[in-house]
Structure formats: C-alpha cells, structure tokens
Unconditional design. Structure first.
Length: 268
C-alpha cells in the first residue's frame, strides 16, 4: 500500500501538469500560430491571461501546445530507448563474452560524442527540420543509458539462484532471458525513464532556441528565444516560459521515482 501511494505521489506532478495543459488547450480559443501584429508583446490581461508574444500570438495557447508537444516527444523517445536498450543490455550481459564487451564499448563510444552536437550536425543538413527529425536524432542515442543500466543489473542477476535453477531444469536460453532475467531488469532500468524524457525536452528546447527547432514555432525553446529578445519590454514572455520549462522537467524527473522500487523477484 505504501509503495503504491509513493508511486502515485511521484507521478502526481506530471499528471497535474498534463491536466493543466489540457484544460488550457480546451479553454483557449486562439490558434497558437495566429499572428495579430497589433497585439504583439501585449501584457497579461482578461482574454489573454498570460499576455501575447512576438507577432501577437496568444502566449497561453502557444505555451500549452508547446509543452504538450515537448512532453509527447520526451515520453516517446524515452519509451523507444527503454524498449531497445533494456533487452539489448540484458541479452549482452547474459550472453557474455565478445558480445558483452562490444555492447559495452558501443555504449561508451555513443556517450562520448555529445548528443547535442550530433543533433546540430544532422538538423543543419535538413532543409526544414520537423519534430520527426528531432525525435529520430534523440532516438539514436536514447537507448544507451538504458542498455548500460541493464548490463550492470543483468550481470548480477545472471548469477542468482533462480537463474541457475531454471538452467538446471533444462530451460532454454531464450526462456531464461525473457521469462526470468528480463523481468528482474525492467524495474531498475525504468528509473532512467524520467531523466531521459527530461533530457529530450531540454535538448529540443535548446535546438529550437538556436533556430534548429520545428518551423511551426510551437516550442518552448522558440518562446524562450522570443522572451530573451524582448526581456525589457515584455518580461512576462521570458518569465512564463522559464517557469513552464522548469516545471516540465521537474515533473518528468520526479516521475522517475515511481519506478524506483525494483520489480518483484521472479524467484519468489
């Protein structure tokens, strides 16, 4: 019971953020890409509760749409990395030998090259970057932290008594891997989920900030760049965007605590 309450409390900030963003999207009637030059940099007031940004776009509408898109991308990339990295790391640790060393060295090599620089190199070669391009770039490296965690955890579990018992009873390596070893690794590697999703949100915002984001402009990084440009005449844009970016990443990081407890031991 206490474990369930702890997990719900860890997910509560993220759920609250989603509810607030969805509610704001339903309540705002303005298109987040609608340009109304005469209300550019308008301060918060009735009808525009967070004011307006560059071109007169409604800040509440733009920032809620940007937040939802960032959250969706972060969660999708983290899920992809978890789905690829966890089985790969577990299989490498169970198989051992040259394949385990190759997987470990590949993880070291990928992590040695900064993801942000890799993303800049790829997106600079694309005429019109989209969220699919950005997501693809982050998916290339998102599996690495999950694979490293799975490697470390599976190296310990492969010597566990219930693994040896399953092998002694004649279970095939495939059955041992998927029915006994992998379930014990899924829980510990899931802890990485929140921080991976938060890293994607930060990365996407940073790329948009330097002009390599989606061309629709619905990105926290684009709004942050607008707020920095007009911080003296419209400080509300910068303040609101920074607070939302901090809240989004904090909610994702805290959500990782929901998976802190290890999965039940299959031997029990």
């Amino acid at each position: 019971m206490k474990r369930a309450i702890s997990r719900v409390s860890a997910l509560l900030p993220l759920l609250l953020l989603l509810v607030l963003a969805l509610t704001a999207m339903v309540m705002t009637v303005d298109d987040p890409r609608l340009l109304v030059p005469e209300r550019a940099w308008l301060s918060p007031r009735q009808g525009h509760w967070l004011g307006c940004a560059d071109g007169g776009i409604d800040l509440l509408s733009a920032i809620t749409n940007a937040t939802m898109r960032a959250l969706f991308m972060g969660v999708a990339v983290a899920l992809m990395g978890w789905a690829i990295g966890t089985p790969l790391g577990t299989w490498a640790a169970y198989r051992g030998g040259a394949f385990e060393r190759l997987t470990s060295r590949t993880c070291d090599l990928v992590q040695a090259f900064p993801t942000f620089l890799f993303a800049m190199s790829v997106l600079a070669a694309v005429r019109t970057p989209t969220r699919m391009h950005i997501a693809f770039v982050f998916c290339v490296t998102a599996w690495v932290p999950f694979a490293r965690l799975a490697l470390a955890e599976a190296r310990v579990l492969r010597r566990a008594s219930y693994i040896e018992a399953a092998e002694a009873l004649g279970a095939s390596k495939t059955r041992v891997l998927f029915a006994h070893l992998l379930p014990g690794v899924l829980g510990p590697t899931s802890v990485q989920f929140g921080s991976s999703a938060a890293a994607v949100v930060i990365g996407e915002s940073a790329l948009a900030f330097i002009g390599l984001g989606p061309r629709d402009g619905l990105s926290l990084g684009s709004l942050l760049e607008q707020g920095l440009f007009a911080m003296t005449r419209a400080p509300h844009v910068l303040v609101v965007t920074v607070l939302v970016l901090i809240a989004t990443n904090a909610a994702l990081l805290v959500s990782g605590r929901a998976f802190r407890e290890r999965s039940p031991n299959p031997a029990k």
